[in-house]
Design a protein around this ligand. Sequence first.
Ligand code: LMR
Length: 395
Amino acid sequence: MFETLKPAPPDAILGLSEAFVADPHPAKINLAVGVYKDESGQTPVLKCVKEAERRLLETETTKTYLGIDGLADYRRAAGELLFADAVAADRVAMVQTPGGTGGVRVVADFVAAQLPAPTVWVSNPTWENHINIFSAAGLETQTYRYLDGSKTRLDFQAMLDDLSSKPRPGDVILLHACCHNPTGVDLSTEQWGQLAGLLAERRLLPMVDFAYQGFGQGLEEDAAGLRRLLAECNELLVAGSFSKNFGLYSERVGTAAVVTADAATAVAAVSQLKRTVRANYSNPPRHGAAIVATVLADAELTALWHQELSAMRLRIAEMRRGLVAGLAAAGAERDFSFLLDQTGMFSYTGLTPMQCDQLRSQQSIYIVGSGRINVAGVTPANLDRLCEAIVSVLE
Ligand code: LMR
C-alpha cells in the first residue's frame, strides 16, 4: 500500500532545529525557531510559572478531562488580556487550544465549515506554517503586499492598495497583531485605524494572529491594533498563544476566538468551535492552561509575570542594538539600523537564501532561508561570532 510513499521535505523552521541538534560544532548558533533564550542561551521556565506549578502540585485533585472548550478560568483570563473591555464578553466565543498553531487551525476549520469558501489573504511574507494550516483546512490562500523593495520596511500604501482591490467581500484577511512573523515589521496605531476602516467598509473579515503579546511594546500597547479593529469591525477572528509570553512552548496553550455581532451568535459560534475541537483532539490539555489561570488570578504572580516578560522584551531590544553596533564594527557596509525599528523576536535581515545556506554549512549558524533571524537567540556570548560570520557572507 505504501510503495509510492515519498518523504516530505523538512519543515522550513522546525526542520532546521532538527539539523541544529545533529550538528557537532561546539559554537553552533540557532536563530531559526522562535524561542526566547536568556543571556546564557537557555530557554528558562519563568519564576511565576514555577510558583504556579508548585501550587498546582499541592492543590490539583484530578486529571479528568477538561470540557471541549477547555478551562473556564483560563478562557476568562485570556479573554481579558486579548480584548480588555473593548468588546462585551458575551460577544466573544472562545475555546482553549493546543498552542497558537492549534488556535489558527481551529479558526481555519471554523471558517472552512461556516463561510462560503472565502479566500484567506496573508501578508507576503507570512509565517511559513500559516499557508500549510489553511491549506490543510481546505482553504485557498492569496497574498497581499507588505514590504517595500528593501524587504526590511512596511509598504503600507501597497498593502492598502491590494486590500482595497483584490479580496472579495467575505474574504478573510490574516493580520499579525504585533511582532510580525517573520519580518518584525508592524503597523503604527494610525495605520491600524486606517486599515480597520477599509476592512469594515469592504466587508472583509479580519483574522488576527496574536502570538507575541508583550514582546513588542508591552501587553496593552501590543493590543492597540486589535482594539482598533474591534472599534470598526463587528465580527473578527483571533488566534492567541501563551507559548512565548509565558515561555510555555511545550505545554501548548493557546486560544481560538470568534467575535460576533451579538450574544446569540456567539453561543452558536462556540458550539461550532467545540464541534471542530471534538473532531480534532476532543479536548485540550490542562496543565499549561492551569498555570496561566493560576498566575493571572493572583496579583503577586501577575506582577512577577509582568516583570519577567518586560525583562525578556528588554533583552531582545538590547540584542537588536548589539547587532547593529556589532555588524558595523565587523565591517558591514550595509546600514542595519532598520533592525531597531523592527519589533519582537524576529527580524528580516535581507540575507539571501544562499547566504543563509552558507552560514549554516560553513559556520553552523542556523537562520530560516527567508533571512529571518530569531533575535531572541542572540546572546552576549555569540554576538561577535555571529556578526563576523554575517559580514563574511555579505557581498
Ligand atoms: C516560529 O515561527 O519559529 C515559531 O512560531 C515556532 C513555530 O512553530 O514555527
